[in-house]
Unconditional design. Sequence first.
Length: 116
Amino acid sequence: MSLPTEVAAQSALNTADFEWTILLSCPGDCPPAGVFEAHMKSDLAAIEIDKVFSEARGNLVRGVADLSGQKIPLTFTARRGEVAGFLGAYTLDLYYLRDGATEPVMRTIFQFEAGA
């Protein structure tokens, strides 16, 4: 995998279900043998994580790998009630966990706006 990657900032309403899909390049490790987990925080200095996305929790879903192109889609999901209190900028960091090691994969900023 090409590590790490920074993705342009995103925006979302805090009154709607959250769903975001990325297409991750995974040359040489496709489909990836490890697992993915993401942490979303409004304050990077804080210990507490505002939202965790993981394959184990089912809110980070891996799609079918494109073996010839060596890419895999990853979809992040959350019900609107889970993001209702989010307002402003939240940093989302995606990690790849394999064989006891944790590698940073991607970072992006989500700007949550108050919805009607």
